[in-house]
Design a protein around this ligand. Structure first.
Ligand SMILES: O=P(O)(O)OC[C@H]1O[C@H](OP(=O)(O)O)[C@H](O)[C@@H]1O
Length: 334
């Protein structure tokens, strides 16, 4: 049994940063988790014995994936790095170096993926487009910014995205990039949709049947777009596709603290009121026109192809281990 106290504080701070949403956005969370695993390997002080090192890394991995349940980018990033932890070798230095290299590779590939998505996705934005986006997605902001640079975006509507107001981050970033942006409350989406040409959003998780799990309110945006015959594009790296959904698992939806919705004093005054704060919702594939990934623009129905081609190794591992819940400490052999 590995104690939490053996994990470097810097690593625990990253885990806490993800839990508290100081570090947020599915891609950023994934890169931060990979970075945390790298730091954990670099700062490891225990025995130079592969099985002991593997057990320690599994504890770090489990600590990271327990922080937030919905975005699959987090366990996918951790699984990617942990493949190196489970490589067959009795050479401790080789093992440790393999882990550090895998983490660095994940971070670099992830950043390159966002650039490719901007390149591919911007081509799908028509001339003189008014875009609507929801929440804050680095991938979606990159697509919109690139299309603006190419002269095709005239205006962006950015929703506030209550209760955490990530839309304000989007608004600020678009402004910094020179993009004309209008902040709207979430409740104005249907009112404004008749002006919108295309919706561009990100994703936290994409299931094997092409459903998109993204920030709460996304499915309402997609529904309003569908009604107004406005196309919906989802910008998502391939590590946002969920291997667990291939074996029939549902994506867990995170419920956050009620005080993100109403102040503590209000709750104390109205003791009988129950407040619900679901952080994500599911948009069915029928409401999504295309998913823009770093390997190409696909219809949501092709999600399974991405999963088998890019994450086949993870699906095999999950099936072999008979997993219904990912827990790395269960995968370590002595
Ligand atoms: O990876 P990128 O494109 O940045 O973001 C993807 C998604 O992650 C965010 O979740 P949260 O704010 O962490 O709950 C939003 O739902 C956003 O659409």
């Amino acid at each position: 049994m590995v104690e939490l106290s053996t994990i470097p504080q810097e690593v625990l701070d990253i885990a806490e940063g993800i839990r508290s949403m100081r570090i947020r956005g599915a891609g950023k969370i994934a890169r931060s988790a990979a970075e945390a695993l790298r730091i954990a390997a670099e700062k490891y002080q225990g025995e130079r014995e592969p099985s002991v090192f593997r057990r320690y890394m599994a504890k770090v991995a489990d600590t990271l994936i327990e922080t937030r349940p919905t975005a699959v980018s987090l366990p996918n990033a951790v699984m990617y790095v942990m493949q190196a932890v489970f490589q067959q070798t009795s050479d401790f230095d080789e093992l440790k170096k393999g882990v550090i290299d895998a983490a660095n590779r994940f971070i670099e590939d992830s950043l390159n993926a966002v650039k490719r998505i901007a390149e591919f996705g911007s081509k799908r934005i028509r001339e003189n487009s008014v875009i609507l986006t929801h929440c804050h997605s680095t991938a979606a902001v990159s697509v919109i910014t690139e299309a603006y640079r190419q002269g095709r975006v005239v205006k962006v509507y950015s929703t506030e995205t209550r209760p955490f107001y990530q839309g304000r981050i989007t608004t600020r970033q678009l402004l910094e990039n020179g993009v004309p942006v209008v902040q709207i409350p979430d409740s104005a989406v249907r009112y404004i949709m008749h002006e919108v040409d295309q919706v561009v959003i990100g994703a936290d998780t994409i299931t094997s049947n092409g459903a998109v799990v993204n920030k709460i309110g996304t499915s309402q945006v997609a529904l309003a777009a569908h009604e107004a015959r406005v196309r919906v594009f989802v910008a998502a790296e391939t590590y946002k596709f969920s291997p667990m959904t291939v074996i029939g698992e549902l994506v867990p939806i995170e419920f956050r603290d009620p005080t993100e919705v109403v102040p503590q004093e209000w709750l104390e005054k109205h003791k009988n009121v129950r407040v619900l704060n679901p952080s994500f919702d599911v948009t069915p594939p029928e409401y999504v026109d295309a998913i823009i990934t770093e390997v190409g623009v696909i219809p949501p129905q092709a999600a399974i192809m991405i999963l088998t081609e890019r994450l086949g190794w993870a699906i095999d591992k999950i099936k072999q281990a008979g997993l219904t819940k990912l827990r790395f400490e269960d995968l370590v052999e002595d």
